[in-house]
Design a protein. Sequence first.
Lengths: 120, 120
Amino acid sequence: MTVSLAQIRETSGEVFLEGCPTRVVLDHIMSKWGVLVLLALTDGTLRWGELRREVEGISEKMLASTLRTLEADGLVARTSYPEVPPRVEYALTDLGRDLMDRMLPLVEWVAAHAGSIVER
Amino acid sequence: MTVSLAQIRETSGEVFLEGCPTRVVLDHIMSKWGVLVLLALTDGTLRWGELRREVEGISEKMLASTLRTLEADGLVARTSYPEVPPRVEYALTDLGRDLMDRMLPLVEWVAAHAGSIVER
DNA sequence: CAGCATCCTTTGCGATACTG
DNA sequence: CAGTATCGCAAAGGATGCTG
């Protein structure tokens, strides 16, 4: 056992309580589009249009709101260049990269097992 | 860097494509209630009622459907004892424990950082 | 106790059209 | 190009009541 649930309870014993900050952040980063956007940015900086194409199926509305949430959380940095036509780039912050270091093993595991899980 | 996105692309290069199995499983285990139920069961076996009380705020309907999904995915095992009154226990399967080994570090990180993230 | 069925409200989300 | 605004529907989810 490398990690214990007890440790989590110590750090934030409220995980199972409504309105707990952990639940809020969990909802952001583990949302359908949240993970995919974060995952896409793990590759490196991407522009709005690239992001939209990379995360297949995402609507402009959802991309916008997902990015705004992640930016507000300090996980994604938005840089806009004062050019014409406008160019805006999105990248993970240090915090975001820190997060993805923990999330990638999980996503890897899922990617490796998803096939056999779904085919039941 | 311990893991790379490239590895994920190799394992399941379709993560960013619609209908990809990885997306489906991701949606199950990273859903609002999915994580919390899995997390609760990391402690050990729980009965229906205990689960309902542990995961504060979950409705019977959502607990039922979440458990059915996770059971169908082979992550949670349901054991019903032929007694009166009925007793049903839920526990992680080996696959489920394997999954949680990867998810706990992530949840731990979130629990540790959620406070400072939300207060922005 | 451990659920399922039903109804009904709320939310998420897509589609479309428009702007700096 | 990189968004915002508005509409409308379908799905998520809550409340309640019923059952083996």
